[in-house]
Write a protein that binds this ligand. Structure first.
Ligand SMILES: Nc1ncnc2c1ncn2[C@@H]1O[C@H](COP(=O)(O)OP(=O)(O)OP(=O)(O)O)[C@@H](O)[C@H]1O
Ligand SMILES: [Mg+2]
Length: 254
């Protein structure tokens, strides 16, 4: 694994050494998350411990409301745990300031969501270049890299289309291009095929597989066993806890 794929970007003010035998990309230790809405408290995660090594492709499965998206938001530094420790590439994220977290989110993590989350007024390539705008990449290079990413997902002939002019599968491929345009080390996909027909779903899973083969660490959230089968390893979550897979042969249905 080269430094360019390290999850934490090099930083001017602090020294960081990286090698292939480095710490796990993801290490959750007793992570809890409690949402408070008015007087109501929901314990969405109740002590999740999970280790994911660099280059692994892990599926997280569980029923609706079990805490999958909550987990994904924490893994992606979009939200913080209420308790426990999350170490990202060996660093306790609670010690990182917001600037650093934003830098990690922008440069080292690629997100793919079920609801594509594309900006409706922007063309496909403008949507794909957005993470590069935030990263301060120069205009000409942004366009080139956005077009290359769209080519990679097979959408060279749709670069000037707006999301509303694309099929659901094409929109998710644009979203995947946006996730990979920064060349992230970690890809987090939350039900990326949830709104797609089976052929578009296969396309998107094929892209994720390609990213995995290129050395990326992948966490794929799904409630479909067929989708989870694409991963090397499956973790099951239920009521905010990781539960053992009882029957690996069938994906551990319980
Ligand atoms: N922002 C929030 N504020 C309050 N409660 C929340 C919030 N987000 C999620 N929850 C609650 O936390 C629990 C876990 O939600 P989460 O979205 O993680 O589930 P999920 O496994 O992703 O479900 P689904 O498969 O339906 O997407 C649910 O009971 C949900 O109602
Ligand atoms: Mg969810």
């Amino acid at each position: 694994m080269t430094a360019e794929h390290a999850v934490l970007p090099a930083e001017g003010t602090r020294s960081h050494t990286w090698d292939a035998a480095g710490p796990p990309v993801i290490e959750l230790d007793g992570v809890t998350k409690t949402y408070r809405t008015g007087t109501l408290e929901v314990d969405a995660l109740r002590g999740v411990s999970l280790t994911i090594d660099e280059g692994e492709y892990v599926a997280v499965m569980g029923p609706s409301g079990s805490g999958k998206s909550t987990l994904m938001h924490i893994l992606g530094c979009l939200d913080v745990p209420s308790g426990g420790v999350y170490r990202l590439a060996g660093e306790d994220v609670s010690t990182l300031d917001e600037t650093r977290l934003a830098e990690i989110r922008n440069q080292r993590i690629g997100f793919v969501f079920q609801q594509f989350n594309l900006l409706p007024t922007l063309t496909a390539w403008r949507n794909v270049e957005l993470p590069l705008v935030y990263a301060g990449v120069e205009r000409h290079e942004r366009r080139e890299r956005a077009l290359a990413a769209l080519d990679r997902v097979g959408l060279s002939d749709r670069v000037e289309h707006r999301p509303g002019e694309l099929s659901g599968g094409q929109q998710q491929r644009v979203a995947t291009a946006r996730a990979l345009v920064t060349d992230p080390a970690l890809i987090l996909a939350d039900e990326p095929t949830g709104n797609l027909d089976s052929s578009s779903a296969a396309d998107v899973l094929g892209l994720i597989d390609e990213l995995h083969r290129a050395g990326r660490t992948i966490v794929l959230i799904t409630h479909e066993p067929d989708v989870a089968a694409a991963a090397q390893r499956t973790e099951r979550i239920r009521d905010g806890r990781i539960v053992p897979v009882t029957d690996p042969g069938t994906g551990g249905h319980r």
